[in-house]
Ligand binder design. Structure first.
Ligand code: AHM
Ligand code: MG
Length: 350
C-alpha cells in the first residue's frame, strides 16, 4: 500500500477534488465536511464506549446512573442533527429510520440526498470489534416537486456522486470516492490533532483475492449453488490459489475494508433462514450501493448474483439485496456461476 502525502487533511483533499470539477459550487464540500465532523463525534463515543459502559438498550442507565442511549441511535441522531441545517440536503434516509427524513422547514433545502447506515455491525458494538458508518450521496433529480418524493429519491447506485465509509477500529479511518476516475482514498484520524490525514492514496483492490468472507453458519439455509461456490473457494488448487482463507468479522465495513486493501470476496447471499428476509440481510441503499460504488472505483465489482448492484432499480427505502462484493475476478466468477453463464464454479473461466 502506498502511504504518501501524509499531511494532507481530508478538507484539503475534498477542496482539491472539487476544483477538478468546473461545475462545483462548494455545496458538496461543505456536505462532506459536515459528515466528517459527525463521524469524529461518533468515533469519540465509540472509543469511550468500553470505558463508561455507555452501551445497552435505550432507556437503561449506565454505571454513573446516567440515562444511556444505544450507540447506533446516538450515531443516527448525530448525523441527522449535523446535516439537517446545512442547506445542502434535499432529504436523508437512514437505516435506523423507516421513513424518509425531511429537512425541517426552518432550514433551507439543497440539491443532495444522503443515504446512510449510522453504525453498521451493531452486533459487534459491545464486544470491541470494529464497526462503521456507511454513506452514499445522490443529486436530487430534476423535477418540479416541492417536497421529496420517494419515487424520485430512489435511484440506482450508479447515480451516486460520492460514497464511502468510516471505520471505527484500531484507528478511525475514512474511505471515500467521488467516482468517475477520481480514485478511492483513505484518511486516518489523528486523535492528537483531531484531523483525518491522507494515509491511503488511490486504493486499488487486487484483481483476485485469497480470502472469502461469509457467515458459514447459514450454510444449510443457502441454495445449492451458493453452497457449491463457497465449497469451491475451500477446495485446494495451486493454479487458482485455493483454498482461500476464511475471514468473517460480522461487521460489513470491517470485512469490506480488509478485502479492499488485501483482496477477497465478501458474500451475504439470500438464504431461507427468515422467510421475511428472502433476499438476505443487507440493505441496498444504505449498505450495498455505497460500498459497490467504492469497490467499482477501486477496480473491483459488486453483484447480487445476477448483475451489477449499481444497476438495480430500487423499489423501496429499506430493500434488502444479496451481496457479493470485492475483487473483480472472484465476484465475476460467482455471478457467472449463479446466473448460469458457467456450469460450475471456475476462476479460470473468467
Ligand atoms: P446491522 O446494520 O444491523 O449492523 O446489520 C448488518 C451487519 C453487517 O455489518 C454484517 O456484515 C452483517 O450484518 C452480519 O450479519 P450476520 O450476523 O447475520 O452474519
Ligand atoms: Mg448495517
Amino acid at each position: 500500500m502506498v502511504k504518501k502525502g501524509v499531511g494532507i487533511t481530508i478538507t484539503e483533499h475534498i477542496i482539491t477534488q472539487q476544483r477538478m470539477n468546473p461545475e462545483a459550487t462548494g455545496a458538496f464540500t461543505s456536505l462532506l465536511n459536515e459528515l466528517v465532523v459527525a463521524a469524529k463525534i461518533i468515533s469519540r463515543e465509540v472509543n469511550k464506549a468500553g470505558l463508561v459502559d455507555i452501551l445497552g438498550a435505550t432507556g437503561k442507565t449506565n454505571v454513573y446512573e446516567e440515562q444511556v442511549q444505544k450507540l447506533d441511535i446516538f450515531a443516527h441522531q448525530v448525523i441527522v442533527n449535523r446535516m439537517k441545517h446545512l442547506g445542502q440536503l434535499w432529504c436523508m434516509a437512514s437505516e435506523e429510520d423507516p421513513d424518509l427524513i425531511e429537512i425541517p422547514s426552518q432550514f433551507p433545502k439543497g440539491n443532495y440526498i444522503l443515504f446512510f447506515d449510522p453504525l453498521d455491525g451493531s452486533s459487534n458494538i459491545d464486544v470491541n470489534i470494529s464497526i462503521g458508518t456507511i454513506f452514499g450521496i445522490y443529486r436530487r433529480p430534476e423535477s418540479n416537486s416541492t417536497e421529496p418524493l420517494l419515487s424520485e429519491i430512489l435511484q440506482p447506485g450508479i447515480k451516486q456522486v460520492a460514497a464511502g465509509y468510516f471505520i471505527y477500529g484500531s484507528s478511525t479511518i475514512m474511505v471515500y470516492t467521488t467516482g468517475n476516475g477520481t480514485g478511492v482514498h483513505g484518511f486516518t484520524l489523528f486523535p492528537s490533532i483531531g484531523e483525518f490525514l491522507l494515509s491511503h492514496e488511490n486504493i486499488r483492490i487486487p484483481e483476485q483475492g485469497r480470502t472469502y468472507s461469509v457467515n458459514e453458519g447459514n450454510y444449510e439455509y443457502w441454495d445449492e449453488k451458493v453452497k457449491e461456490v463457497v465449497d469451491y473457494f475451500k477446495r485446494p488448487d495451486k493454479e487458482t490459489g485455493r483454498p482461500y482463507t476464511s475471514r468473517y468479522v460480522g461487521s460489513l465495513v470491517a470485512d469490506f475494508h480488509r478485502n479492499l486493501l488485501k483482496g477477497g470476496i465478501f458474500m451475504y447471499p439470500a438464504d431461507k433462514k427468515d422467510p421475511k428476509k428472502p433476499e438476505g440481510k443487507l440493505r441496498l441503499m444504505a449498505e450495498a450501493n455505497p460500498l459497490a460504488f467504492v469497490v467499482k472505483e477501486a477496480g473491483g465489482y459488486a453483484s447480487d448474483g445476477k448483475g451489477a448492484i449499481l444497476e438495480i432499480e430500487p423499489q423501496s427505502l429499506h430493500q434488502r439485496v444479496p451481496l457479493f462484493i470485492g475483487s473483480r475476478r472472484d465476484v465475476m466468477m460467482v455471478e457467472a456461476y449463479l446466473s448460469g453463464k458457467i456450469e460450475k464454479p471456475d476462476l479460470k473461466a473468467v
